[in-house]
Ligand binder design. Structure first.
Ligand SMILES: Cc1ncc(C[n+]2csc(CCOP(=O)(O)OP(=O)(O)O)c2C)c(N)n1
Ligand SMILES: [Mg+2]
Length: 322
């Protein structure tokens, strides 16, 4: 275990921040205050918290359609993220992106994307850019088990390996791609094995424990920064809700859901941090109250923000004519 006491506090705080943010988003979405759709990150919080904890501010993350947790863990302003979800002018993308396009370069967030597996080539490009510019920056790219069956997965892993790019591939294996169980579409549930074919070292971790994810990510980030190339981290995890909107996720067996509820990410991370004496129970309670206040402020800010002006309909949407 490599985490300092300060880091342990950060890991737990970020895991809980994402959980409470997503619970609030679910509530606001149910009240029709968030348009479009949302893919909640509930259940997978420890992955983003652990990976972001191993990155520096100058490093980058590439997100997915299930991206709220990734961008918040990397330091995206919670007010701007909430405003973006509501389509408000004060949002990260001036209200024109919404849930699946939250982007904040100043926080090191390359962006979320609604196109499954489209983040992988973007991450390869960003890592190649960092390498050519000698910036010493590292890129962490999140993607799902479903995305690993897309052709870009093979192309991108190959390129990242042959060019020794400063990349960390973070595979969030939550066992489902929409309603399709992984067992139906993958010959193995340990997708990390595929990295061997590209000579990329890989590791499988409990994605519901931010401390375990952090340890693996720290090693992967060091390798990347030292010019030794990419690592793939497969995080075993589970989403607590359905795929999106009001999908009740009824296709999942009850005993499977029960087993994963017993491995809850917030509880597992808290237990580890308490055992490692990073926090006391009383301190953990104080952290929860602080996050609730932060969240109340972000919600109030987003609700009180204006929608984009009609005159700005096409601003930042198309490139200017030359
Ligand atoms: C190229 C493409 N194909 C299909 C879809 C529809 N779609 C949205 S999410 C999803 C499942 C993705 O599964 P996974 O990568 O495991 O991510 P998870 O939803 O489990 O986080 C699919 C098929 C899409 N958005 N883009
Ligand atoms: Mg999945």
């Amino acid at each position: 275990m490599t985490a300092t006491k300060k880091k342990l506090v950060e890991l737990y705080t970020n895991t809980l921040r994402i959980r409470l943010f997503e619970e609030r988003v679910f509530d606001l979405f149910s009240q029709n205050l968030i348009p479009g759709t949302v893919h909640l990150y509930l259940g997978q919080e420890a992955v983003a918290a652990g990976v972001a904890g191993a990155l520096d501010k100058k490093d980058w993350v590439q997100s997915t359609h299930r991206g709220h947790g990734h961008v918040i863990a990397k330091g995206t302003d919670m007010k701007a993220a909430m405003a973006e979800l509501m389509g408000k002018q004060t949002g990260t993308n001036k209200g024109k992106g919404g849930s699946m396009h939250i982007t904040q370069f100043s926080a090191g967030v390359l962006g979320a994307t609604g196109v499954v597996a489209s983040g992988l080539p973007i991450a390869v490009g960003a890592a190649l850019s960092a390498k050519l510019r000698h910036t010493n920056e590292v890129v962490a790219c999140f993607f799902g088990d479903g995305a690993s069956n897309n052709g870009t997965f093979g192309e991108c892993l190959n390129m990242s390996s042959i060019w020794r790019l400063p990349l960390v591939w973070v595979l969030e294996n939550n066992l489902y791609a929409m309603g399709t169980p992984i067992k139906l579409v993958c010959p193995t549930t340990d997708i990390a094995k595929r990295a061997d074919g590209y000579c990329i070292p890989s590791v499988i971790v409990n994605g519901n424990n931010a401390v375990e994810v952090y340890d693996a990510a720290t090693e992967a980030v060091s390798r990347a920064r030292e010019g030794k190339g990419p690592t793939l981290i497969e995080c075993k995890t589970y989403r607590l809700k359905g795929h999106s909107r009001f999908d009740p996720g009824k296709y999942r067996p009850e005993d499977e859901v029960k087993m994963w509820l017993e491995r809850d990410a917030v509880q597992t991370t808290l237990q580890t941090v308490l055992e490692m004496k990073g926090l006391t129970k009383a301190q953990a309670d104080t952290i929860r109250s602080q996050i609730q206040r932060e969240l109340d402020e972000a919600t109030k800010y987003a609700l009180g923000s204006p929608h984009p002006d009609l005159n700005e309909t096409f601003t930042n949407v198309y490139t200017e004519a030359r």
